[in-house]
Design a protein around this ligand. Structure first.
Ligand code: RUB
Length: 318
């Protein structure tokens, strides 16, 4: 019987944390997944190069199969695995470790850079409305605050997981005044805000933005009120498969996030739907702010071609 290669406990634990949303948000997921591949490589006891490669692919698959929507995850795995090179296990290990370090450092630099670019859109006295918790979106506010720009925030709680609470906490740490609202109050507050500021899990070649469920309706509301919609997203959020007609899979999560089993039993026979993300069309987005500058959504495809070309490898499936 062929033994399947050992997956490092850190890979298994990282995969569990991503699947159960203890680790969440597209950039953080990518960062942790890359770190787990680093642990797999560093502590591998594979005795020949092919065994090492197989082990890395198996680990990457386990991480890949956790959540389907944030493209930063496959983009991170691809970056690490395509840089794996060498004739010996020792050389392969070094190449993976180098690639992981590079990826994680680039991620941090990109977020800082996009924060500086996004901050340029915020003026003294502006009020931003946020949805969910996005580290890329918060980087823009942080850079603005560092420049001395005074901003306030209307923070949507973001059912069913209330990631708005994390956003509110981070904003308070930055000294930003926060008004927390329930999701249903968003349209009521649209006249009081100057920007809708959100992150992204994936951006398609046509400029559509895939982000936390509720973003699409919020963007319609913002359009209705003339509020500009700003999407903060590092280039690892660009979904290369959409260049060749692939679709972004929208994750459907467990019913218990929406309703307790007791409440459900009390109501009687119902279906519960819990899609975690939705798609905002490019016509409802004003700017996608990346570390390479800000783009009207329709032209993000240019950056995508430059970064990925036309072919998209999936080295974990080989
Ligand atoms: C998080 C979410 C965030 C993006 C961007 O969803 O939709 O807006 O992931 O986050 P979930 P970041 O909580 O289900 O993972 O800017 O930190 O990458």
């Amino acid at each position: 019987m062929v033994q399947s290669p050992a997956v490092h406990p850190e890979v298994r634990e990282t995969a569990r944390q991503i699947a159960e949303m203890e680790t969440r948000g597209a950039a953080t997921i990518a960062d942790e997944a890359a770190a787990a591949l680093g642990a797999q490589a560093a502590e591998s006891d594979a005795d020949d190069p092919e065994a090492f490669r197989t082990e890395m692919r198996t680990a990457a698959r386990e991480l890949h199969d956790t959540r389907p929507t944030a493209v930063s995850l496959p983009n991170a795995l691809r970056y690490v695995l395509t840089g794996m090179e060498g004739e010996s296990v020792a050389a392969l290990k070094r190449s993976v470790e180098r690639r992981v370090d590079e990826f994680r450092a680039d991620l941090e630099d990109a977020q800082e850079q996009l924060g500086r670019i996004g901050a340029g859109r915020l003026r003294d006295g502006d009020v931003v409305m946020t949805h969910c918790h996005s580290t890329d979106a918060l980087a823009c506010v942080e850079a603005a605050v560092e420049r001395g720009t005074e901003v306030e925030a209307v923070v949507k709680e973001t059912r069913p997981r209330n990631q708005g609470h994390i956003t509110a906490k981070r904003l308070r740490e930055l000294g930003v005044p926060v008004t927390l609202i329930v999701d249903n109050a968003a349209h009521r507050y649209m006249d009081d805000v100057d920007h809708l500021l959100v992150g992204a899990d994936s951006i398609a070649a046509d400029g559509s933005v895939v982000n936390k469920i509720g973003t699409a309706g919020l963007a319609v509301s913002a359009r209705d009120r003339g509020v500009p919609v700003m999407v903060a997203a590092q280039s690892i959020k660009l979904h290369p498969k959409t260049l060749t007609g692939g679709a972004v899979e929208i994750e459907e999560r467990d019913d218990v996030e929406v309703i307790t089993e007791d409440d459900r039993a009390d109501i009687g026979e119902i279906e519960v739907a819990n899609p975690a993300f939705d798609v905002t069309p490019p016509r409802h987005v004003d700017a996608i702010v990346t570390e390479r500058g800000q783009f009207p959504p329709e032209s993000v495809v240019v950056l995508m071609r430059e970064l990925f070309g036309e072919s998209v490898e999936e080295p974990w499936t080989e």
